[in-house]
Design a protein around this ligand. Sequence first.
Ligand code: ATP
Ligand code: MG
Length: 264
Amino acid sequence: MVMALKSQVQVKQAEIEIDIQGLSKIYKTKKNTFQALDNVSLHVKNEEFVSILGPSGCGKSTILRILAGLEDATSGIVKVGGQEVAGPSAERGMVFQSYTLFPWLTVQENIEFGLKLKGMKAKQRKEISDKYLELVGLERFANSFGKELSGGMKQRVAIARSLANNPEVLLMDEPFGALDAQTKQSMQHLLLDIWKKEKTTIVFITHDIDESLFLSQRIYVMEARPGRITEEIDADLNLFKDGELADVDKFMKVKKHIISLLKH
Ligand SMILES: Nc1ncnc2c1ncn2[C@@H]1O[C@H](COP(=O)(O)OP(=O)(O)OP(=O)(O)O)[C@@H](O)[C@H]1O
Ligand SMILES: [Mg+2]
């Protein structure tokens, strides 16, 4: 029984790649049309941690919502694991910028929500929620409600809730954007630890250059009106070691380059 659970929790399905080609999104309102995304192409490899970085309104959330299947593309191809995205799926876990815990459920019930929907028995659900409560360091808060938690704790529950469903891909939309600097930093370290342990493919949205360089292996930089990708940056440059900045010169060089891209 325990063995079966372990394999269910730990074994990921086939290699998951994300492939977006020629993605455009036009929003039509009563009065006019607005091109939010213009010919966006990007690729995320299995188990890769990729950031999408760009100014407000450049279409970052739009890309993520389309990847999550919450919104349709106007044109282009969006594939996850070789399959065209046709709607939401538990295989693509989403963590939003705003806090999205169900207020009437405890922390543990929030984490088990998707598992309960799937019809999983209480004992098995608890084994999984215990694992993820421990992973995000909230064992003592299993029976608390969202309103009793700080912003950082709420986001830790949101991450645990997504991971509990054993998603192939974690889609994160500025999850630490509303946190103070110190909490943000500890959440970034926690996320890297989780990523190393869980080997989940992550697409992470941010407008924080330091955050994207610290967390990701590659960064897609975007510009706005219309939303386009301007450059793909290799961020796997040993800039950090053991969570500390290790190569200040190289870090500043890459950062300056990204700043110049964002100025355009
Ligand atoms: N439902 C909608 N109807 C019309 N326009 C929309 C809609 N959703 C988004 N947009 C427009 O599309 C553009 C991209 O929006 P999006 O939310 O993807 O930007 P973003 O890069 O995530 O910005 P931020 O960093 O502020 O979150 C914006 O100009 C926005 O006004
Ligand atoms: Mg957004």
